[in-house]
Write a protein that binds this ligand. Structure first.
Ligand code: ADP
Ligand code: MG
Length: 552
C-alpha cells in the first residue's frame, strides 16, 4: 500500500472544487468510504443527536502507520492517487485527500489507528492544532468527530431537526450496507442499534438488516453482463443487485440504491433506469426498493465531477442505463410477481381536462364505464369523472379542513402487525404526536414489529395499515412542516379512497360528483392528476359525421 503524500499543484487544480462536508451525513459518508477503501470487513457507525455531537466510525481495515496517521489529516494528502494522470482512472472511493482535513477544520477530530504494528497511533486535531501520541488499538482505524460545525454557525443553522439529519445519516449508511452486503455494518444512534447487517455477501440478508422481513422475502437477486464501447474499444459492463417485487413499493425514489464501481451515487439517470425496468408493474406515483451495482473499467468512469463525489461521469453513452433497465426487467420477468400490470391509459387529444368553474353546476350522472368512470351530462359536454381521483380530492380537502382538530380514526380489531425498518421505526418514534393527530395508533411489539391499533378513517373509509409506511417515508424525508403536512394528507387521502371497481349506487355516484363540485380545486386529485375529462358534443358530432349545422 502506498504511503500518504501531498498532491502536487497540477493534481490539485484538477480536483472538482466545492465544499466537501455540508452536513453530518456527508461526514459519515466520507468516513465510511475511507473504511471501505481500507478493505474493512466490518464498519461500526455511532452517532449522537443530529451528528454534530458525535460521529464515530470504527473499522477493521488495514490501518495507518504513525507517519501516515499524522499526514492523513493534512489537506490534499492521500495514499490513493499519486498525480493528476491517476485522476483519469480512480480505483478507490477517495482520491482527493480532503475529507479528513475538511472535517477536522470544522470539528474536534480524533483518529486512532494501527496498521498491524505493536503500537497504534492517536492523532488529535482541534482548533488548528495537531497532536500525535501512541495508543493501544488492534489493526484498523477509529475516527471520532465531535462538535461538528462548532465554528461554523451559518452551517449549523441550515441543519434540519435531529430526526431528519439522522435519517440522512441512516440513508447513506444503509445505502453502503446494501451496496456492500459482504461487509458487516452496524449503525448506532444515541446508544441504540438502528440497524445491522451480517456481512454474509447475500443481498437478501442486507435487505433484512436495513429493512424488514416483508421486504427481504419479496426480493430477487440478479446479475447481467454485457459490454460497452469506450474510445472505440469494447469493455465488460456488469450490473448486479437485487430487486423487490412490485408488491413492495415506496412513495419516494430514495429506496433505489445505485452504485458505480462500488461508490454510492445519486445518478438519477441510473435510478430512472431501475424504475423503467419495472415498466408498468408499478403505478405512476410509486417507487421500487432495489439495489443496482454497475461495474465498469475505471477508465470509463469520471469520479471527479462533483465535490461530494455523489455523482460520476460515465464515458459509455447509454450503455449503462440500457444495461440497468434490461437487467431489472429480466429479473422481474423471471420472478414470481404477485401483482399484475396496471392499465396505462392513452388519452386521445379530444379528451380535455376540465377547467371551467361551472362544470359541475348541473351535471347529471348518466352512466358508468367499467366501474371506474362516471359519465355525466353537463350542458353540451359529456364529463368523464375518474371516481378514484375524485374521491381522493374530496378526502384531501376534507382532511385538510379537519386535520387540526384531529382526523376520525377507526380501531383495528384485531390490531395489524407491521414489521418496520429501523429507519421507519425511528421516524415513528420521533413523530408519535403527528401520527396520533392524523389517526394512527401504534406501539412497539418486539423485534422490528409494530402493532397498529387504529388507523385514519376519513369519510368513514378505513385506511390500509400499510399506508403507515408511506406516511413514515414522507416524514423521514423532512421538508417544512407545511409541505410535510400537504404531502402527508395527499398520500393519506389516496389510501382510503375508492379503488377502481368499487360498486357505487347511482345515489352514491350523484353524491360523489356533487361533493367534487363543492371542492376548492375539483379538477385534479391531490397528486395532480385530472379528476375529470370532458368531451364536447361537437367532438362527438364530428366523429359521427354530423355537422353542427346539419342536425338531422
Ligand atoms: P482520501 O480518501 O481522498 O485519500 P482522506 O482525507 O479521506 O482522503 O484520507 C486521507 C488518507 O488517510 C487516505 O488516503 C488514507 O491513506 C488514510 N485513511 C483515511 N481513513 C482511513 C481508514 N479508515 N483506514 C486506513 N487509512 C485511512
Ligand atoms: Mg477519503
Amino acid at each position: 500500500m502506498a504511503t500518504i503524500r501531498r498532491l502536487d499543484d497540477a493534481a490539485r487544480e484538477r480536483i472538482a472544487a466545492g465544499e466537501v462536508v455540508t452536513r453530518p451525513a456527508r461526514a459519515v459518508a466520507e468516513l465510511v468510504e475511507n473504511a471501505l477503501d481500507a478493505g474493512a470487513s466490518r464498519i461500526d457507525v455511532e452517532v449522537d443527536g443530529d451528528g454534530t455531537e458525535l460521529i464515530r466510525v470504527r473499522d477493521d481495515g488495514r490501518g495507518m502507520s504513525p507517519e501516515d496517521a499524522e499526514r492523513a489529516v493534512e489537506r490534499h494528502a492521500t495514499s490513493k492517487i499519486a498525480d493528476a494522470a491517476d485522476l483519469d482512472a480512480v480505483e478507490t472511493l477517495g482520491f482527493r485527500g480532503e475529507a479528513l482535513a475538511s472535517i477536522a477544520a470544522v470539528s474536534r477530530l480524533e483518529l486512532v489507528t494501527n496498521d498491524g504494528g505493536p503500537r497504534g497511533t492517536r492523532v488529535r486535531v482541534a482548533d488548528g492544532e495537531t497532536r500525535v501520541q501512541s495508543a493501544a488499538r488492534g489493526e484498523g482505524t477509529t475516527v471520532t468527530v465531535r462538535d461538528l460545525f462548532h465554528n461554523r454557525a451559518p452551517r449549523r443553522e441550515t441543519l434540519a431537526a435531529a430526526a431528519t439529519e439522522f435519517s440522512r445519516i441512516s440513508r447513506v449508511t444503509s445505502r453502503y450496507a446494501l451496496i456492500r452486503p459482504d461487509v458487516r455494518f452496524r449503525l448506532v444512534h444515541d446508544g441504540m442499534e438502528s440497524f445491522s447487517t451480517p456481512g454474509s455477501g447475500d443481498d437478501a440478508d442486507a435487505l433484512l438488516g436495513v429493512y424488514d422481513r416483508d421486504v427481504a422475502s419479496e426480493s430477487a437477486a440478479f446479475e447481467h453482463e454485457t459490454s460497452a464501447t469506450v474510445d472505440g474499444e469494447a469493455h465488460p459492463l456488469r450490473v448486479d443487485g437485487v430487486v423487490c417485487y412490485p408488491s413492495v413499493t415506496r412513495a419516494t425514489a430514495a429506496h433505489v440504491a445505485v452504485a458505480v464501481n462500488g461508490r454510492a451515487v445519486r445518478a438519477d439517470a441510473l435510478r430512472r433506469a431501475v424504475r423503467e425496468g419495472y415498466g408498468s408493474l408499478l403505478p405512476d406515483d410509486r417507487h421500487p426498493v432495489a439495489v443496482a451495482r454497475v461495474s465498469l473499467p475505471s477508465a470509463a468512469v469520471d469520479a471527479n465531477v462533483h465535490p461530494a463525489k455523489t455523482e460520476v461521469g460515465l464515458r459509455v453513452g447509454d450503455a449503462a442505463t440500457d444495461a440497468v433497465r434490461t437487467a431489472v426487467a429480466d429479473a422481474l420477468s423471471t420472478a414470481d410477481l404477485r401483482r399484475t400490470a396496471e392499465v396505462t391509459m392513452d388519452l386521445d387529444a379530444s379528451l380535455a381536462p376540465v377547467e371551467s368553474d361551472s362544470a359541475f353546476a348541473d351535471a347529471t350522472v348518466v352512466g358508468r364505464f367499467r366501474d371506474l368512470y362516471l359519465l355525466c351530462e353537463a350542458d353540451d359536454e359529456l364529463l368523464v369523472v375518474d371516481q378514484h381521483a375524485a374521491h381522493e380530492r374530496i378526502n384531501y380537502e376534507r382532511l385538510r379542513s379537519t386535520v387540526d382538530g384531529g382526523v376520525e380514526t377507526a380501531p383495528l380489531d384485531p390490531p395489524a402487525t407491521l414489521s418496520l425498518s429501523p429507519t421507519a421505526a425511528a421516524t415513528a418514534e420521533a413523530n408519535r404526536e403527528v401520527l396520533a393527530r392524523i389517526g394512527y395508533e401504534l406501539a412497539p411489539f418486539g423485534g422490528d414489529a409494530y402493532r397498529v391499533s387504529a388507523v385514519p378513517a376519513p369519510l368513514g373509509r378505513v385506511a390500509d395499515p400499510e399506508s403507515l409506511r408511506d406516511v413514515l417515508d414522507v416524514l423521514a424525508d423532512g421538508g417544512s412542516p407545511a409541505d410535510r403536512r400537504e404531502e402527508l394528507l395527499a398520500d393519506l387521502a389516496c389510501h382510503p379512497s375508492l379503488k377502481a371497481g368499487d360498486e357505487l349506487s347511482t345515489a352514491d355516484a350523484e353524491e360523489l360528483v356533487d361533493r367534487l363540485g363543492g371542492c376548492e380545486q375539483p379538477y385534479a386529485c391531490p397528486h395532480g392528476r385530472p379528476t375529470v375529462l370532458s368531451i364536447e358534443e361537437a367532438t362527438l358530432a364530428k366523429g359521427f359525421g354530423r355537422s353542427a349545422t346539419r342536425m338531422d
